[in-house]
Ligand binder design. Structure first.
Ligand SMILES: [Zn+2]
Length: 67
């Protein structure tokens, strides 16, 4: 897992993937968004997919008003 921008000091940071759709809500990531890149494994290999931070947290049952 990586974060964008550098949201957590102890996790590897990556450039914000502007224009790529969030896996959960399909809204394109825009400059200034905060989120994570998660590995996705399928028959074509491993890719990284972006999530908004609020979408990723909601996927694990954590709902926050401003994330
Ligand atoms: Zn999202």
């Amino acid at each position: 897992m990586k974060t964008f921008p550098n949201a957590l000091g102890h996790v590897e940071a990556a450039p914000t993937p502007v224009g790529q759709p969030c896996v959960a809500c399909r809204v394109p990531i825009k400059d200034g968004d905060v989120g994570v890149l998660m590995p996705h494994i399928d028959v074509d290999g491993v890719t990284e997919e972006p999530w908004h931070r609020r979408c990723f947290l909601a996927s694990i049952g954590i709902y926050v008003a401003d994330a």
